[in-house]
Design a protein around this ligand. Structure first.
Ligand SMILES: [Ca+2]
Length: 451
């Protein structure tokens, strides 16, 4: 769970890896993104760099934040020899952090440098997906049907979890649906071997060594055994893909057998852990994550930013109403989110949106979880259409847009290919200057105008 370790080139919004792509319809749909505040994508293109498993980490642990040094090219056998040497030093570092020698040795029995893990780490090629392409998969009819079936099958335990943590069961099920396709893609990699390989490899080594020590701590606590500790190739574990540090902080034993078991076929502890995580960050039961709304013809698009919040009643006085034409129910302060600018779906989002963001900060992920949960609960698809003739911008195009905006006097404060708040503001500034609708939508059309 948690979120977003952005692997490889960070493009700002969603980054997923190619091998995951093949799984997108059935497998994990965890986009990788930069945490909120840093980066919020409202762009036409939501760049999705595919990351099959690396999933999650807490924002502060994002490997992307760690300097990336290219490791020297060495033959695999030599690599393993170096790996075994490195392990000696690691053992001492682990012991210094309270890991017992016997636990360490048991965990590393038979563990080798795994070139496949590195290959997968390096193969995360960037590509882009639009928000609607992402949602077509994240909330496909199949995923909705499977979610309803999962809810029926586990209703009793989900209701108990909802009663204990105050997190709506459909939301827990939706996270499960996106993280592991309801438990069917939990990952079969040996977590110790994967994390050790990534820690030794050095690219984001610090992050992975921290995760590795956390994994050893889990083993020391007796929650699972070394070879039962499986997960994605990058160490995200179980039904809702917790990385080890998140597991230590948030996993719970809901079955009461004394073990926080997120690895077995029984999803109970994993689902409860997800609910506990969301509860910890302030989930309010019954509050929607977001509601589709209609904007008035004269809407001031400058107000469609996260920092502008109003009550639904106040939005209604400005003409922003639900799709039934009535004021949205009062669920607290809300802001307006336009994932594809003025030509796509408009959302009124509440505090729970920010809670799902703690799982993964990509707007698309949050909308995916939210919309899937609504559909599982019997809700309808979005009523407005998306600008489906648009395509996602490539990384190079996003960089070019930033260069051209800055050159035109609308400073994006950097050319990193990410459509964050600064770039959005620059886009809006350019749109205003051009007499376009200032919705911050970084489309191909906008880039063409800049050219
Ligand atoms: Ca348990």
């Amino acid at each position: 769970m948690r979120w977003a370790v952005t692997f490889g080139a960070i493009v700002g919004a969603l980054l997923i890896t190619q091998s995951a792509l093949a799984q997108n319809l059935s497998g994990s749909l965890r986009p990788e993104v930069r945490p909120r505040g840093d980066e919020v994508s409202r762009a036409a293109s939501i760049p999705i760099l595919v990351v099959p498993g690396p999933s999650v980490s807490r924002p502060k642990l994002r490997p992307s934040a760690v300097s990336e040094k290219a490791p020297p090219q060495v033959a695999p056998s030599a690599k393993d020899a170096g790996f075994q040497d490195w392990r000696v030093g690691l053992r001492a570092r682990a012991q210094a952090q309270g890991i017992r020698g016997d636990v360490f040795d048991g965990a590393f029995r038979g563990v080798h440098y795994d070139p496949d893990v590195i290959k997968r780490d390096r193969n995360q090629s960037e590509f882009s997906k639009t928000i609607w392409e992402y949602l077509d998969s994240a909330a496909s009819n199949t995923r909705v049907e499977n979610g309803r079936a999962a809810l029926r099958k586990h209703r009793r335990v989900l209701e108990a979890i909802e009663a204990r943590y105050g997190v709506d069961k459909e939301v827990v099920v939706a996270v499960w649906g996106l993280e592991s396709n309801y438990g069917t893609f939990r990952g079969q990699s040996d977590v110790i071997q994967s994390l050790a390989t990534l820690a030794y490899d050095g690219r984001r080594g610090e992050f992975f060594e921290q995760q590795l020590i956390a994994a050893l701590r889990i083993l020391q606590s007796g929650d699972t055994s070394p070879r039962e500790m499986t997960g994605s190739w990058a160490g995200a574990m179980g039904h809702t893909q917790f990385i080890p540090t998140s597991y230590l902080d948030y996993a719970v034993d809901f079955t009461g057998d004394g073990r926080r078991d997120i690895w077995s076929d029984d999803p109970t502890d994993a689902l409860a852990s997800t609910a506990a995580y969301l509860a910890k960050f302030g989930w309010e039961k019954g509050q929607p994550w977001g509601v589709e709304v209609k904007l008035p013809r004269n809407f001031d698009y400058a107000l469609a930013i996260r920092t502008v919040t109003r009550t639904p009643a106040r939005w209604a006085r400005m003409g922003v109403v639900g799709m039934d034409g009535k004021a949205v129910s009062n669920h607290g302060q809300a802001s307006i989110l336009l994932p594809a600018g003025s030509q796509g779906v408009a959302l009124m989002i509440f505090d729970n949106f920010g809670v799902i963001e703690r799982y993964n900060a990509a707007d698309a992920y949050v909308i995916g979880v939210g919309h899937l949960s609504d559909r599982i609960a019997g809700g309808s698809e979005f009523k407005a259409s998306w600008p489906r003739s648009d395509r996602a911008l490539t990384f190079a195009e996003r960089q070019e847009m930033q260069q051209r905006l800055s050159a035109a006097g609308f400073d994006t404060q950097g050319v990193d290919g990410r459509i964050g708040p600064k770039t959005l503001e620059a886009v809006r500034g350019f749109q205003r200057a051009q007499g376009m609708t200032p919705d911050g939508y970084a489309s191909l059309e906008l880039l063409q105008r800049l050219r």
